[in-house]
Design a protein around this ligand. Structure first.
Ligand SMILES: C[S@@+](CC[C@H](N)C(=O)[O-])C[C@H]1O[C@@H](n2cnc3c(N)ncnc32)[C@H](O)[C@@H]1O
Length: 234
């Protein structure tokens, strides 16, 4: 099965708390960085959980995701709002008719790339869709995080699936295998480090105006596991 083909059904049960924390993070940075939600693009919007929190602040929100199953759930839940639109697409190569005041991507979605060079393609697409004064906000996870979760398993009685995570530090690749009654789903991610982000930002004329290691805006340190960024055009 493709990633999220089956896990999409379980997704909202696991992400609601994270989305609430993300929303409080956005509220904190909104004032400090004068974030304008007017036209927001949510890259890898998944089931639309974050859109449910930010749509009331925006004139228009576009959610883009690769997975038909995740998008189907997003469309069922939120497409009846006149200011919300969903598009199936790849964040490494998208071309939309509009520019956005805010481009956002939550919950380490950019770690779903095959090679670190692809971060440049994402940033290049973002740069060409961002208003002159617009903001780009996202989080990624570093190798510290994968080292910590390497070897962990989750087994859920109620929903009947198991999840096993392994990290291969030689290949720099995380594999998360979901076993359901009707088959398995493999998710692959790669770590993204602060130096990777710096390089791709520079290559694409983006400036880092905020970087944090937590929802509470703690600063980035060597041991950070989740890295949050706010960028603007240079
Ligand atoms: C961990 S989920 C995050 C979903 C959502 N941002 C949230 O916070 O709940 C990762 C999402 O990334 C999407 N995704 C992975 N690779 C993608 C790509 N190349 N282009 C667009 N979406 C992608 C998956 O389909 C999935 O919905």
């Amino acid at each position: 099965m493709e990633p999220y083909e089956e896990f999409s059904r379980e997704y909202n049960n696991y992400q609601t708390i994270f989305t609430r924390l993300y929303n409080s993070f956005l509220r904190k940075v909104q004032v400090k960085h004068e974030i304008n939600f007017e036209r927001t693009l949510d890259l890898a919007c998944g089931t639309g959980l974050l859109i449910s929190k930010i749509r009331s602040k925006a004139e228009k929100v576009v959610g883009l995701d690769y997975s038909p199953e995740m998008l189907k759930l997003a469309i069922e839940s939120y497409s009846h709002f006149p200011n919300v639109e969903f598009i199936q697409g790849d964040f490494r190569k998208f071309s939309l008719p509009d520019k956005f005041s805010l481009i956002i991507s939550s919950f380490d979605s950019f770690n779903y790339i095959d090679h670190i060079d692809e971060l440049d393609s994402i940033f290049s697409c973002v740069a060409s869709h961002l208003d002159k004064d617009g903001h780009f906000i996202f989080d990624v996870v570093s190798e510290n995080y994968y080292m910590k979760i390497n070897g962990t398993s989750i087994s859920t009685e109620n929903s009947g699936f198991q999840n096993k995570i392994t990290y291969n530090s030689d290949l720099r690749k995380m594999t998360s295998v979901f076993s359901f009654r009707n088959g398995t789903e493999e998710h692959h991610q790669i770590p993204i480090e602060h130096t990777d982000v710096l390089k791709s930002a520079k290559n694409n004329g983006l400036d880092i105006v905020g970087s944090f290691s937590s929802f509470n805006l703690d600063p980035l340190v060597e041991s950070s596991e989740r890295l949050f960024y706010i960028m603007k055009h240079k």
